[in-house]
Write a protein that binds this ligand. Structure first.
Ligand code: MG
Length: 357
């Protein structure tokens, strides 16, 4: 548990959080209604990225299913500690509170779905944990080991976060924005009132077409190619739609005069350099009508230190070394296993044993 989580619990007097404040966490009394999936921006999270379940997984690995279930039931009233996606989900809810204030009748809100391969008998502990942390999650999909893809589609999922890269790859192949999250060793403090989301460019917002030139023909050819195609927008990448959804909500705030102090802020954090290859990136975004609030062209410099200044709730990148670099400095980084960079084997080993997600 980080300092950050403690601070969240102490914001009771914050009027904007009034809507999510509950008298008694275990028996919520007044909660707003969930929006219809087709109107909402739906974020599906697995239980293992929302909560820290390392100890339980260890029990399963060492003692097997029976002992594991017994442990979960015996500890049913003990809430799980926050996991890597927790601050992000909390920030979505803080944005929702502000949206509901400005647009009481609108269903254009974030909606969080818990997507887990756990059995129903772990469900009570998950419900208790959600209520304990004052999270607003009404939709549960307990898939019991089946693929979550069908459910993700049924919920019109705009973003899927999981600890299982195989499921994430499957979702990406079906055109659903998705990313893998990892255990966090170190967590920087993040804003409680402003949601900050940072995106890499190539193979995240954009397709990997230029990345492929760079990987196969080198940096000079890449610059040449980008110069020659400066006015040809790049094809869209797996996370473009999610940036678009954030942009849609941002417009709702600016329509009410909250452009400068918008509770959503987006960032492009790319290894491209401004002068030689940045033009095409910016022109592409403009052609889509998307405008990140800040664009950082690092010209190959490490992303970690910049991200440590931005303090995003989540940063998306397709390359593991950027993920690791960001995580080392306390940024919650999510891996988008898409494009040419994935041909390089992942440094993190995936185990063969069953993992609850
Ligand atoms: Mg990239």
């Amino acid at each position: 548990m980080s300092l950050h989580d403690g601070r969240m619990a102490s914001t009771n007097d914050d009027a904007r959080l009034e809507g999510v404040k509950l008298q008694n966490p275990s028996t919520p009394t007044k909660k707003p209604q969930s929006p219809k999936p087709e109107n909402a921006i739906t974020i599906a999270v697995s239980s293992r990225v929302l909560f820290n379940m390392d100890l339980e997984q260890q029990i399963f690995n060492q003692k097997g299913m029976e002992e594991y279930l017994k442990y979960q039931i015996e500890h049913e009233t003990e809430p799980f500690a926050p996991g890597p996606a927790f601050p992000f989900i909390k920030a979505l809810e803080a944005v929702n509170v502000q949206l509901r204030e400005l647009y009481p009748d609108s269903e254009e809100l974030f909606d969080v779905v818990l997507m887990t391969n756990h059995h129903a008998n772990v469900g009570l502990r998950l419900i208790n944990s959600i209520n304990h942390h004052n999270l607003f999650i009404e939709r549960f999909c307990m898939t019991g080991g089946n693929s979550p893809i069908g459910y993700l589609k049924a919920y019109h999922t705009n973003l899927y976060l999981s600890a299982d890269s195989k499921k994430v790859i499957e979702a990406l192949e079906q055109g659903i924005a998705a990313a893998t999250m990892f255990k966090r060793e170190k967590a920087a403090e993040v804003s409680e009132t402003q949601l900050r989301v940072a995106f890499d460019g190539d193979a995240v917002l954009f397709s990997d077409e230029s990345e492929r030139i760079f990987k196969t023909q080198g940096l000079d050819k890449f610059f040449e190619h980008e110069k020659a195609h400066e006015n040809k927008p790049l094809d869209h990448g797996p996370l473009k739609g999610f940036l678009e959804s954030l942009g849609k909500l941002q417009k709702k705030f600016s329509a009410k005069g909250q452009r400068m102090d918008c509770p959503i802020r987006t960032y492009l954090v790319t290894a491209r350099s401004a002068a030689s290859s940045g033009t095409r990136a910016l022109k592409t975004l403009r052609s889509w009508g998307l405008e990140p609030d800040e664009a950082l062209f690092l010209a190959g410099a490490p992303k970690g230190p910049m991200l440590a200044k931005i303090k995003p709730h989540i940063f998306f990148d397709d390359q593991m070394f950027h993920i690791e670099g960001a995580a080392e400095l306390g940024t919650v980084a999510a891996h988008v296993p898409y494009g040419v960079a994935q041909k390089v084997p992942l440094r993190k080993k995936t185990k063969d044993t069953k993992e609850f997600d």
